[in-house]
Write a protein that binds this ligand. Structure first.
Ligand code: PLP
Length: 385
């Protein structure tokens, strides 16, 4: 293959391969237990697979409607209304998308112009900043406090200026496993009142909130719902991360702009999977029972580490458990994560990679969306360190 001889001024000069790919690859190379990337090592429900097979065989294999099949949009709108009390119009305010990452990216593409500022709370999921920068936007970072990962609202207020176009929030939060409280969202609602700032609310872990707490969606707060793209992922909810299926909710004015971009990008999302998900969503227990399912895994993993030198930080939601290793090593988290994978056979994610200017916290993120056998093996190795 001849090489390209022209000049490339990269639009994303700082972007390399994501840490998830790097760590999963390293885990595979060394035969390590992979507690790094956030995906289950168990399959989805057989009922869901059967529905998919049925719909693939039902002659529904041509382009579905651009916004998503009506039955799935209806199911999503009904769920949002019953859980968060906000009625989204099925025709204009719900769009089915190929994954939450795409939904977030499309919302940024639709809203952010060159020179616009977008506030990101760090540590931040790694797709946000590149999504902003590729559209000429400028990420403005506010760091969550450590070790409780609370939101410093005074710093958020200081970060808001005349060029602020958007704030991206993520609750339950990857990688910190913290969640927003109702008070947090009221603070945000108050700060944004009277501005044109829009919110992208990454709520892919909406059904994984622990210890009896309710998920605080921006959709519950009228002053936020009116300016928010709420993004969720079927991948996280139904153990099908490889399907890349999600949805976006937004008031019609925002959704109209979103769809202008969506229409000329992917245009439509996989049809048979949408029909299958619409049927499967009738079983409310499948998503309402998810928090208890993952809480058991969290508790299993944490109790298997009892007596070890790893210090668990609170995991209030998501399927991640952060472990502080300040009693074990002075190494940087990136070095330790690689060494643990190579030498001990257990892979994790260093939390510093979610920061633009990483603080020297000694924290690794472990994914507990794994079978108990895998978690037990991982915890046994860690306990010996
Ligand atoms: C916070 C957050 N947002 C978005 C995503 C991506 O979701 P999807 O696979 O539906 O694009 C993930 C996946 O790990 C995530 O943790």
């Amino acid at each position: 293959m001849p090489h390209y001889a022209g000049t490339i001024v990269s639009k994303l000069p700082r972007v390399g391969t994501t840490i998830f790919t790097v760590m999963s690859r390293l885990a595979a190379e060394h035969g390590a237990i992979n507690l790094s990337q956030g995906f289950p090592d168990f399959d989805c429900a057989p009922e869901l697979r059967a529905l998919v097979t049925r719909y693939f065989n039902a002659g529904l294999n041509q382009y579905p409607p651009m916004a998503g099949v009506p039955v799935l949009r209806e199911a999503v709108a009904e769920k949002a209304e019953s859980l968060y009390g906000t009625a989204y119009d099925v025709e204009h305010e719900v769009t089915i998308v190929p994954g939450a990452t795409y939904g977030i990216y499309t919302a940024i593409a639709a809203m952010v112009r060159p020179g616009d500022e977008v506030i990101l709370l760090e540590p931040a999921y790694d797709s946000y900043a590149p999504g902003v920068e590729v559209h000429g936007g400028i990420p403005v970072y506010v760091q969550l406090t450590y070790p409780d990962y609370a939101i410093p609202w005074d710093a958020v207020q200081r970060a808001i200026g005349p060029r602020t176009r958007m704030i991206i929030v993520n609750t339950p939060n990857n990688p910190t496993a913290s969640v927003f409280s109702a008070e947090d969202l009221r603070m945000l609602e108050g700060l944004l009142a009277g501005t044109d700032i829009v919110v992208v609310a990454d709520e892919v872990y909406e059904h994984i909130v622990f210890d009896g707490h309710a998920h605080q969606s921006v959709a519950r707060f009228p002053g936020l719902a009116e300016r928010s793209f709420v993004v969720s992922s079927f991948g996280k909810t139904y153990h099908v991360t490889g399907w890349k299926m999600g949805y976006v909710l937004a008031p019609r004015e925002l959704m109209a702009e979103f769809r202008k971009v969506h229409q000329f990008n992917v245009f439509v999302t996989n049809g048979p999977l949408q029909y299958a998900l619409a049927d499967y969503m009738k079983d409310r227990d499948a998503y309402l029972g998810l928090a208890a399912f993952y809480q058991r895994k969290r508790d299993f993993f944490v109790s298997a580490l009892e007596g070890s030198r790893w210090r668990p930080l609170p995991s209030r939601g998501t399927f991640f458990q952060n472990l502080c290793y300040d009693a074990i090593s002075d190494e940087r988290d990136t070095d330790l994560a690689v060494r643990l994978t190579r030498e001990k056979g257990v892979a994790s994610i260093p939390v510093s990679v979610f920061y633009r200017e990483p603080p020297q916290h000694k924290v690794l993120r472990f994914c507990f969306a794994k079978s108990e056998a895998t978690l037990a093996k991982g915890a046994e190795i860690l306990s010996r360190i």
